[in-house]
Design a protein around this ligand. Structure first.
Ligand SMILES: Cc1ncc(C[n+]2csc(CCOP(=O)(O)OP(=O)(O)O)c2C)c(N)n1
Ligand code: SF4
Length: 345
């Protein structure tokens, strides 16, 4: 007798998890970027977002290759080195229905792409921006990037003397309303953060420490698996409750903090650092400095402002994707045009 076929598990939109997969990875085995890819797939699948509505953007680097390995049926664009933010901005403003996600490297973001990155943060473009942060240029064989700490060494023994850029500190300073740091090897922390970021109404930065096993996983590194394990300073444990799920448990006051998002979803932060307030921007900058002085890697939702105003809102764009507007909707009525022309006489 033939065994009955097992029903394929699908999410609330009717998609199986493999609908969120991409091509097989060509990155090194054990690379943190592969874990990040897997966690992104889980987050979109569990939220039940249609894979066809995801726009995945990237620049150049091992990290930027990641978008090929996820959500094959999404819209994808590999930009130039450091130029992904402007392409992502274009997609986000011309189609407000898309879920835009950018996957970038630390080199792509704060070396080659610093100018584009800072203006996209400043404008509050609605997108999730993931920095797969390994402290080196992986694709070009392991040179220091701008996130490498003073005193760390290359595999060859060369010592870094340049001060690092803290991507979270930079984003906070620029007014970013969703700033978090996590670790590629911690799905329990990263997946709920990703879900919260996907539901945020503006620019959401996720700086994810992602060890490079080939060029930066040795004793002299502060982005190795061993170092992250020994020096992580977690502020919180994160849970995300989407708007379509009931909030069943009442959380004890003081130990947890619930952040309600405009669509009715909740971010629940179980505070491991009791005094920490993730709605205090200055406090976030202070703890980042304290962590750096103690040589700790601070992880958690560092700052969130759920009442943010995204770039699409600031521009007062129409809800409909621009490509779907009819000629009538796009063209000004003759009288309105005449009125405008009159204003210039
Ligand atoms: C304008 C420009 N400069 C330099 C390069 C060469 N290049 C390609 S990938 C890369 C490093 C990427 O590093 P990172 O963004 O940290 O990603 P990783 O490979 O470490 O994931 C560099 C310098 C390039 N492609 N374009
Ligand atoms: S070189 Fe490093 S960053 Fe690139 S795929 Fe290999 S482990 Fe990952």
């Amino acid at each position: 007798m033939a065994t009955p076929a097992r029903a394929v598990k699908v999410n609330r939109s009717g998609f199986p998890k493999n609908a969120y997969a991409g091509l097989p990875t060509t990155l090194c085995q054990g690379c943190g970027h592969n874990s990040i890819t897997a966690h992104i797939i889980t987050a979109y699948y569990e939220l039940g977002i249609s894979p066809y509505m995801v726009a995945k953007m990237s620049g150049i680097g091992c990290s930027s290759k990641a978008i090929t390995y996820l959500i094959d049926s999404g819209h994808g664009f590999n930009g130039l080195h450091g130029r992904m933010p402007s392409v992502a901005t274009g997609a986000a403003v011309t189609n407000r229905e898309l879920y835009v996600i950018g996957v970038s490297g630390d080199g792509d973001t704060v070396n080659i792409g610093t100018g584009q990155f800072v203006h996209t943060v400043r404008r509050n473009v609605r997108m999730v921006y993931i920095i797969a942060n390994n402290g080196v240029y992986g694709l070009t064989k392991g040179q220091f990037s701008a996130t490498a700490d003073v005193g760390v060494t290359l595999r060859t023994g060369e010592v870094n003397k340049q001060k690092p850029i803290d991507c979270c500190g930079l984003a906070l300073e620029l007014g970013c309303d969703f700033v978090a740091r996590s670790y590629s090897g911690d799905p329990k922390h990263l997946v709920p953060l990703l879900k919260a970021a996907i539901n945020h109404r503006g620019f959401a930065l996720l700086d994810v420490i992602s060890p490079c096993v080939t060029y930066n996983n040795h004793e002299g590194s502060t982005k190795s698996y061993k170092y992250v394990k020994e020096h992580a300073w977690p502020l919180d444990a994160v849970e995300f409750i989407p708007s379509y799920e009931p909030r069943e448990v009442e959380h004890p006051e003081g130990e947890t903090l619930e952040v309600k998002l405009p669509d009715g979803s909740y971010i629940v932060l179980k505070k491991l650092e009791k005094e920490y307030d993730p709605t205090d921007r200055i406090g976030a900058l202070r703890v980042l400095r304290e962590a750096a002085a103690k040589k700790q890697i601070l992880t958690g939702l560092l700052y969130v402002n759920p009442d943010t105003t995204g770039f699409d809102q600031t521009l007062a764009l129409v809800d409909k994707p621009l490509a779907q507007l009819s000629q009538e909707e796009l063209r000004l009525p003759k009288e309105t045009l005449e009125e405008i022309m009159e204003g210039f006489r």
